[in-house]
Design a protein around this ligand. Structure first.
Ligand code: CO
Length: 170
C-alpha cells in the first residue's frame, strides 16, 4: 500500500486546518486510524493535515513500545504557557531522511479537548514538550524547518529542494 503521508512540497501541509466542532462521534475512529499510520511509519507524532484531514487533530506517542496508556490525542490544542529554551534534533514523517536541530520551549502547557469536547490542560517537558510543539505547529500550517537557523536551513537546501520536487511530480 502506498503511504498516505503528505510530504514536504505538498501545499496541504501549509493549510491551517479547521477547528473540530462538537459534538462528534467519529473522533476516536479518526485518532485510532492516525495512530495505526503513525506506528507503521515509525513516528512519535502525526497531525491530521499530514494525512489529508482538514481538522485540528493530532496524535502523539513518545513511548517506543507504543503503550496504549501513553497515547495522546490532541483536539483543537493550543499552547497557553511556555518557558525555558532547549535545542534538540527533530525529524518529521513529511520529511523522510531529514533531521535537524530545532530550538523549542522547554516546558509548556497545552489546552486540549477530549472526544466529548471536555477541556483539559496538558503539562509537559522534555521529549513530550517537543512533540506537542511540533504537532501544534503542523496544525498551524507550520513545519519544523521553519524554526531552523538561516545557516541550518541553507545546509539542508538541496535535500529540501529535491524532496519538494519529487512531491510535486507525484
Ligand atoms: Co511533523
Amino acid at each position: 500500500m502506498e503511504s498516505p503521508i503528505k510530504y514536504y512540497g505538498d501545499r496541504f501541509l501549509r493549510n491551517t486546518p479547521k477547528d473540530v466542532v462538537f459534538p462528534r462521534n467519529d473522533l476516536k475512529q479518526i485518532a485510532m486510524s492516525m495512530f495505526i499510520i503513525m506506528y507503521k511509519e515509525m513516528g512519535v507524532g502525526l497531525a491530521a493535515n499530514q494525512v489529508g484531514i482538514d481538522e485540528r487533530i493530532a496524535v502523539i506517542n513518545i513511548d517506543p513500545e507504543h503503550k496504549e496508556e501513553s497515547q495522546i490525542v490532541l483536539i483543537n490544542p493550543k499552547i497557553i504557557s511556555q518557558e525555558g529554551e532547549f535545542e534538540n534534533e527533530e525529524g518529521c514523517l513529511s520529511f523522510p531522511d531529514i533531521r535537524a536541530n530545532v530550538k523549542r520551549s522547554e516546558k509548556i502547557e497545552v489546552e486540549n479537548y477530549d472526544y466529548d469536547g471536555k477541556k483539559s490542560v496538558i503539562k509537559a517537558d522534555g521529549l513530550l514538550s517537543i512533540a506537542l510543539q511540533h504537532e501544534i505547529d503542523h496544525l498551524n500550517g507550520k513545519l519544523f524547518i521553519d524554526n531552523l537557523s538561516f545557516i541550518d536551513k541553507n545546509l539542508l537546501g538541496n535535500k529540501l529542494k529535491r524532496l519538494s520536487r519529487k512531491t510535486k511530480k507525484g
